[in-house]
Write a protein that binds this ligand. Structure first.
Ligand SMILES: Cc1cc2nc3c(=O)[nH]c(=O)nc-3n(C[C@H](O)[C@H](O)[C@H](O)COP(=O)(O)OP(=O)(O)OC[C@H]3O[C@@H](n4cnc5c(N)ncnc54)[C@H](O)[C@@H]3O)c2cc1C
Length: 247
């Protein structure tokens, strides 16, 4: 999996502050400098004032201003299962690589065994990995070896069958039905800062699956650079709170 930043609102936290100050100012924030807009906020420097205001908004659940800054990520190589999970978030906009128009006919099925084209979950190869709803605790090397063999044989055969069907003239949109749910997909996704916190609430949590958690942690790493005050507060004060539904 690889997650990269495609585009993001410049000076996102200035925008959050302007939007929030608009709510409580007699003055019109349009055309005003940020210094003037923030004059009444506690803090010696503009940075301190921004930190005060952003912390205050998040602490009091005033999340609307965080809907103004937008960010777009490019995500490479998550499973279709992970894609199905993340696309449940209705306030995120997606473009998802098509399996109708892109046919994976140049992949060597033998390479699929080694992690090409299909995501191999850690529980297929790591004896110490314990996932949710697993019927046993950690298993021995022999058992995990058997798991790995079954998993790798199955995905290799599936990709081989897919390519055989393409060779027999079947359209990619139908041949894809034989591919596993772990088949990799690339996505572009856009959301606002509020939604990013909501996605993190649900998908960085311990009860989310390892793959979407990894994806979300990568999103949060980028967000920490993009909106440092906001996501620093989120990480330190909000991430593990109870009652996480829809910040
Ligand atoms: C650990 C885990 C397990 C899950 N298991 C399953 C499962 O087995 N089966 C399954 O189907 N889904 C499952 N989900 C998906 C989950 O039920 C949600 O559909 C998904 O996480 C989207 O989040 P959301 O409901 O907060 O909506 P989002 O689309 O992210 O919307 C954000 C918020 O906007 C509000 N909102 C949006 N649309 C509406 C609406 N129509 N009406 C009212 N309020 C709205 C809600 O407050 C919502 O929380 C699981 C999620 C997690 C994290």
């Amino acid at each position: 999996m690889e997650v990269t930043l495609l585009e993001a609102t410049e000076d996102p936290e200035d925008l959050v502050c302007k939007a929030a100050r608009n709510d409580y100012s007699a003055e019109f924030v349009g055309g005003q400098s940020l210094e003037a807009t923030m004059e009444d906020v506690d803090g010696d420097t503009l940075e301190e004032k921004k930190e005060t205001l952003i912390g205050h908004l998040l602490k009091h659940g005033h999340y609307g201003p965080f809907e103004h800054p937008q960010i777009t990520f490019a995500v490479e190589g998550v499973s279709r299962s992970c894609m199905a999970q993340i696309t449940r978030h209705r306030h995120v906009s997606f473009d998802v690589q098509s399996m109708r128009y892109v046919s994976f006919d140049d992949v060597d099925p033998a390479d699929v065994r080694e992690g090409e084209m299909v995501v191999v979950p850690p529980s297929a190869t790591d004896p110490d990995w314990v996932g949710r709803n697993q019927k046993t605790d950690a298993v021995d090397e022999e058992t995990v070896g058997e798991r790995a063999e079954i998993f790798r044989d199955t995905i290799e055969n599936a990709v081989q069958s897919y390519q055989d069907l393409l060779d027999l003239g079947m359209p990619p949109e139908d041949a894809r039905f034989v591919l596993p749910i772990g088949t990799e997909v690339n996505m572009v996704m856009s959301m606002n800062a509020r939604m990013l916190m909501h996605v993190a609430d649900m998908r960085a949590a311990a009860d989310a699956q390892w793959e979407i958690r990894e994806l979300t942690e990568d999103l949060l790493d980028i967000a920490a650079e993009w909106c440092p005050l906001t996501f620093d507060y989120y990480e330190s004060e909000m991430k593990n709170r109870k009652n996480r539904l829809a910040p």
